[in-house]
Ligand binder design. Structure first.
Ligand code: GAR
Length: 202
């Protein structure tokens, strides 16, 4: 059987989705991929500690010298590590078309709404839940999708709905969407795509 799919996880913050991936790897939900490296654009991201605690290699690539240098730095690490699948797990940077077109259907993102609602430029993190509550919708959720040149515009892999409850704040809703949707469908999607890549290598 071919080697497991080599995965890089890109993070910027707390890394609860990264933790879900680490746990899913340990429990066998992700059986056909392995997280080879975690890359952050912020050197103080708690996600880096989660990776280190799990014995996973880490790297920091900062955006100080502009988008092109940033992406060159990322590509260098991806190539050095033989990465076949990139997972954006709370990665708060937009990647240019020159980057995304290098990895067609090899970059996955998790977004905290049911795309095409509350997505695209400016919709990230808590802002998504603020907008959802502001609109007054009653059902939200999370989406895992491939990344292309359109922010949150690539082919959808999985979605899961979550009910909004009376009295929800953006923080409360964010936590429920993570618990009931993101931490479930992100690992499942990573397994699905890892398996496809692995099978195609045989
Ligand atoms: C998650 O809710 C993720 O879906 C969202 O940021 C949070 C990161 O949390 N991502 C986006 O909004 C991307 N557009 P985490 O660092 O604990 O995984």
């Amino acid at each position: 059987m071919a080697e497991k799919t080599r995965i890089a996880v890109f993070v910027s913050g707390g890394g609860t989705n990264l933790q879900a991936l680490i746990d899913a790897q340990k429990s066998g939900i992700i059986a056909d991929g392995e997280i080879s490296i975690v890359i952050s654009n912020k050197d103080n991201a708690y996600a880096l500690e989660r990776a280190a605690n799990a014995g996973i290699a880490t790297a920091v690539v900062r955006k100080d010298n502009g988008q092109e240098a940033f992406e060159e730095g990322l590509i260098k690490i991806l190539e050095e590590n033989g990465i076949e699948l990139i997972v954006l797990a709370g990665f708060m940077c937009i990647l240019s078309e020159s980057f995304t077109s290098r990895y067609p259907e090899r970059i996955i993102n998790v977004h905290p709404s049911l795309i095409p609602s509350f997505c695209g430029k400016g919709f990230y993190g808590l802002r998504v839940h603020e907008a959802a509550l502001g609109y007054g919708i009653k059902v939200t959720g999370a989406t895992v999708h491939f990344v292309n040149e359109i922010p949150d515009g690539g082919r959808i892999i999985m979605q899961k709905a979550v009910y909004i409850e009376d009295g929800d704040t953006p923080e409360v809703l964010q936590k429920r969407v993570m618990e009931q949707a993101e931490w479930i469908i992100l690992p499942e999607s990573v397994q699905k795509v890892s398996k496809e890549i692995r099978n195609n290598k045989e």
